[in-house]
Design a protein around this ligand. Structure first.
Ligand code: 0O2
Ligand code: 0O2
Length: 208
């Protein structure tokens, strides 16, 4: 496929990412308007670059024809939360929505990856209106705390730097950092009530 053809294939994926970003950011605004703690801190989204799509297809032995069905994160959203409890609240809200269907859930929080990676992943089928009609797009939504996101961002950069072969001593440190991130989440959960009260008082002060 040439550049133009890829652009055509990826166009509904871009649309899905943009639409879902607006919808998920909307949840945050609604909580803010109510003066309540939002379980969503911030949202990011991206369409996987073509080189990464082809690279993943090669690694997983996926034929060109099955790419759209088998690579589930061509469209990717990430929801960052302050507390682990918020992840569960976000999940409950997403499970109740009727604008997409969850087709798979991967719990890397209770089942941490060997690398130390933690996050909750869901894959949803999201309908996009195209000029040719309705197209159902697979979208991966990763839900994680700020601490999990910090760890994953650093580990991702190191993996890129070392082309997936991170030296053993750095791997050990990453394991320890993953444990520290886990403990940080636990500590923050313990004082969650205090923090949320302080944040509500702070945001009221800014508004007045
Ligand atoms: P605001 O009011 O500026 O915060 P975009 O299309 O730019 O909205 P994109 O390209 O998917 O979003 O992702 P990007 O630009 O990486 O980040 C999306 C939003 O997340 C931006 O806010 C960032 O400010 C916010 N963000 C990124 N990192 C952090 C972080 O560490 N903490 C917090 N609280 N926010 C972060 P907006 O939507 O532009 O709005
Ligand atoms: P990107 O855009 O660079 O983040 P696989 O790719 O085979 O590992 P699979 O089955 O496609 O996994 O789905 P999975 O594991 O649910 O999701 C893959 C995505 O989760 C990755 O996307 C990362 O974003 C994130 N992820 C999974 N494991 C790790 C990890 O050990 N460290 C970090 N930092 N992130 C991880 P990509 O493909 O890397 O794309």
């Amino acid at each position: 496929m040439d550049y133009r053809e890829w652009e055509q294939v990826l166009s509904p994926y871009k649309q899905a990412v943009e639409e879902l970003k607006v919808k998920l950011k909307g949840i945050r605004s609604q909580f803010e308007l109510e003066g309540e703690h939002s379980p969503i801190e911030f949202v990011t989204g991206r369409v996987k670059p073509v080189v990464s799509i082809l690279d993943k297809a090669r690694r997983k032995n996926i034929s060109k024809e099955s790419i759209e069905r088998e690579i589930q994160d061509i469209a990717g959203l990430r929801i960052m939360c302050q507390f682990v409890e918020d992840i569960h609240r976000v999940l409950e809200m997403l499970r109740k929505r009727d604008d997409f269907t969850i087709i798979e859930e991967r719990d890397y929080i209770n089942h941490q990856k060997d690398s130390g990676y933690r996050s909750y992943h869901i894959v949803v089928e999201y309908p996009v209106q195209t000029f040719k009609g309705l197209k159902k797009i697979l979208v991966e939504i990763q839900i994680r705390t700020l601490a999990m996101n910090f760890w994953a961002t650093i580990e991702h950069s190191l993996n890129y730097k070392y082309s997936g072969n991170i030296p053993e001593d750095i791997k050990d440190r990453l394991q320890r950092a993953a444990e520290a991130a886990y403990r940080l989440d636990e500590e923050m959960s313990q004082i969650r009530g205090e923090i949320q009260e302080a944040q509500v008082i702070f945001s009221r002060k800014i508004e007045s």
